[in-house]
Design a protein around this ligand. Sequence first.
Ligand code: PGA
Length: 250
Amino acid sequence: MRKKIIAGNWKMNKNLIETGALLSDLKSKVGNVQAAEIIVAPTFTNLHKATEELKGADITVAAQNMHQAENGAYTGEISADMLKSIDINTVILGHSERRAYFGETDELLAQKVDTALKHNMTVIFCFGEELQDRKSNNHFSLVENQLKNGIFHVDPSAWKNIILAYEPVWAIGTGETASPEQAQEMHAFIRNAIGKAYNQEIADEVSILYGGSVKPNNAEEIFAKPDVDGGLIGGAALDAESFAAIANAI
Ligand code: PGA
């Protein structure tokens, strides 16, 4: 049976001291959630602290990004090997903010996915349409293309290390969520696309998270949908209380 997952993407928030405080709060509030795997993604400089702080707790620490090259002259970048060396085995790739503000394309993301998988990391692969795509009824083909170009090239055996996160850009940080029906409709479409590109078994096993203004007051109805296997949480992940409420909604 596929895994339920609640992941917190902290983005560029929380310094070292604030990270320590939030993590110790999270340990007591979500450390014993059994119904889902809990993942937190602090910023690079706090990842090591997070793995130390969470030793023994049932919470996975993920990075928010990484570079596709093994190493070399890429000023300011972080490699898979660097992450692995501090016990980070999970990485978010393709977040819409990376795509929009840092020019990450499907083609680049395909390389990042390959590098992460080569290092035996788990990839949380993000994708989703913008408002104009939905308004012009292009959202299904756009999402399918993001998947085809970014991740459908991987070997079938790699899917055990892939988590998908559907995040409609118009719902991220806007307070506007996709309705549970819109989320379910897209998640079912995505699962069907995986079934066509690979096979039904892989499609049935992959966890597909929803992201975009998930809050304690809307989490339960979104997570109740059969093809929604959890959430990628931004703003509400910065507060232990609300993240715990969302985790418990699963
Ligand atoms: P949000 O962010 O929950 O603040 O909308 C979600 C995300 O960007 O992953």
